[in-house]
Ligand binder design. Structure first.
Ligand SMILES: [Mn+2]
Length: 331
């Protein structure tokens, strides 16, 4: 069962195929702090281009977390800089050039032509060829349509990668964009040999010990007032947890899922003194607006911003903004 998506621009799909066929060495890049969709897109393209006997380098600034090592080729992902002549670059799951970090900056100059394949609505179309489909729930969904159009053999390894992107970006088919199409594609991938329980266990359920430690500190400081559940994590606590990055790794979702609450917020004090604020809510509330008013951005149900320290001041600002948004909605 193969599905064809009327939204796929077949002219662009052909243009990309020609560019790949003409290139000898192709570098494929995903964003810093790669998530399941990014890693799975990277390995899927690596496997597909191997079918065309291309020399491919998979590149990412950051280490691939161990729970994603079940994906074929995940342990072969290199970190910049790369050596040798590069004919073509493919960026996956990146809304803009900066998301690629050093992997892009350190490319040999003059820079090789760039193909941009992504599903973020805010994509800046930074490539020479751009395939941006914001109706796709994941970058691997776009790749599914591309591979089908190109006649790539959807073997169990490739199906496993594509399903992993679908599962991670929809949090197991639970997000708003999940449609009948999403489920049809997932069914096709399972039929092609992808093991759904493995993907769910590895990409969705497993978490690092440092994440649970971070949550421990966060849950210990938790507050609930006027519809807002929030918490703060100091830089010292973050360090003690062994946590890298600025994400709460899902804690903000847990807070926003408190039945009696309207919004959830996690404030993490970073090493430079700034405070990273992660905001989540359920309809009809809108944290996108709150984040935007505080100089950040995101979607209506998931957004974030960075506020200057100290932590107590940032907390006052963010909490007041969230409570105000809740009050306005409840009027
Ligand atoms: Mn994605």
């Amino acid at each position: 069962m193969l599905l064809t998506n009327p939204a796929l621009d077949t002219a662009v799909a052909t243009e990309i195929q020609r560019a790949i066929q003409a290139a000898r060495h192709i570098v494929v890049i995903v964003h810093t702090g790669p998530d399941g969709d990014a890693i799975a897109s990277l390995t899927a393209v690596g496997l597909a281009l191997a079918q065309w006997n291309k020399k491919v380098t998979l590149l990412c600034d950051d280490k691939i977390p161990e729970r994603f090592h079940f994906l074929p080729r995940a342990t072969q992902v290199k970190r910049p800089p790369i050596r040798g002549v590069v004919d073509l670059v493919i960026a996956l799951d990146c809304g803009d050039e900066q998301r690629m970090g050093q992997s892009f900056i350190s490319l040999p100059t003059p820079r090789p032509p760039l193909i941009n394949i992504d599903h973020h609505a805010t994509n800046t179309h930074f490539g020479q060829i751009n395939l941006v489909m914001d109706t796709a729930v994941s970058t691997t969904e776009i790749l599914y349509h591309l591979f089908t159009a190109w006649g790539v053999d959807l073997n169990p390894d490739i199906a496993l990668c594509l399903l992993t992107g679908l599962i991670t970006d929809t949090m197991g088919f639970r997000t708003m964009g999940t449609s009948a199409d999403t489920l049809h594609i997932a069914a096709a991938l399972v039929a092609a040999g992808a093991d759904l329980p493995t993907v769910t266990a590895q990409a969705l359920n497993l978490k690092e010990w440092s994440t649970v430690q971070l949550w421990r500190y966060g849950l210990n400081n938790i507050r609930f007032e006027d519809g807002l559940v929030w918490t703060t994590i100091t830089h010292q606590e973050r360090k003690a947890a062994g946590h890298n990055g600025s994400s709460s790794n899902g804690l903000s979702n847990i807070l926003a899922d408190v039945d009696e609450a309207a919004m959830g917020a996690v404030l993490i004090e970073m090493g430079d003194g700034n405070v990273r604020v992660g905001l989540r809510c359920r309809p009809p509330y809108n944290v996108g607006e709150v984040a935007q008013n505080l100089g950040g951005g995101g979607h209506s149900l998931a957004a974030g911003c960075t506020l200057p320290g100290p932590l107590a001041e940032a907390e006052k600002t963010a909490v007041a903004a969230c409570k105000e948004a809740i009050r306005r909605q409840q009027k």
